[in-house]
Structure formats: C-alpha cells, structure tokens
Ligand binder design. Structure first.
Ligand code: THU
Length: 130
C-alpha cells in the first residue's frame, strides 16, 4: 500500500466528534516500515491529539527511530498544513530535507519539506547537544 493510501485509510478511523475534521497521517520510517496515525479528540479539548503525533508515537512504539517520508490528509479546501506543535514534533525525528506531502481529500496536493514547514527550527544544536 502506498503511503498516500495508508493516510487516506487511517483518516477514516479518526475520532473527531467535536471538530468533525478527520486527519490521517502516514510515515515511512528508516526501517522501511509504514506507521499511521489519526487525530483523537477529547471532550476536554486540549487533551486531543493530532494525526501526526499518533503516527510518530506508533513509529517509536514500533521500534523505529527516524522519518524518511510523511503524508498528511484531511477534508480541507487546501492541502492540510500540520499545526505548529506537530511541525516541531516532526522535526524531532526527521531531517530538514525529508519530503512531506500535504493532501486534501478532494485532490489538492502540496509537496514540501520539513525545513520549509519549520524554518529556523529550535534543535539540539541550540542546546549544545548536537
Ligand atoms: N489536526 C490534526 O490532527 N493534524 C493537523 O495537521 C491539523 C489539525 C486535528 C486536531 C483536531 O482534532 C482537528 O484536526 C481540528 O483542529
């Protein structure tokens, strides 16, 4: 299955009764495996989690460490942009040149990269850790 179809499928399983905005994310890890995530909302709104965060959690739980490719999809008029917090989460596990494909269910598409989504990213180097 393609990464795009994996994101499309997992989006259907999103739990989004409050926003009615279902999001799916699929990533390929350095192991070659595909991990997926969807948004999971909560009646206590800030406790909800984004699709990207779910896919990253699945990757780490599955024993992989790095993202090599990421696809995000939602039913939005324009390709869905990851929220600011997710951009930082993605940058934790993906190099600046990692390709990110943003899709809408209707067919809109934006090909971008981790660096383009989070210019000037705060990283381990700023803490003298890199
Ligand atoms: N959401 C995601 O899961 N990923 C994004 O990239 C944008 C927003 C979710 C969070 C919330 O459940 C719903 O979309 C509306 O903000």
């Amino acid at each position: 299955m393609t990464l795009e179809n994996a994101a499309r499928d997992v989006r259907e399983r999103a739990y989004a009764p409050y926003s009615n905005f279902k999001v799916g994310a699929a990533l390929r890890a350095d192991t070659g495996e595909v991990f997926v995530g969807c948004n999971v909302e909560n009646v206590a709104y800030p406790e909800g989690t984004c699709a990207e965060a779910g896919a990253i959690a699945a990757m780490i739980a599955g024993g992989a460490a790095r993202i090599t490719e990421l696809v995000v999809i939602a039913d939005s008029p324009a390709p869905v942009p990851p929220c600011g917090g997710c951009r930082q989460k993605i940058a934790e596990f993906a190099g600046p040149d990692v390709p990110v494909t943003l899709l809408s269910v209707g067919g809109a598409r934006l090909e971008t990269t981790v660096a383009a989504l989070l210019p000037g990213a705060f990283g381990a180097d700023h803490m003298g850790l890199a």
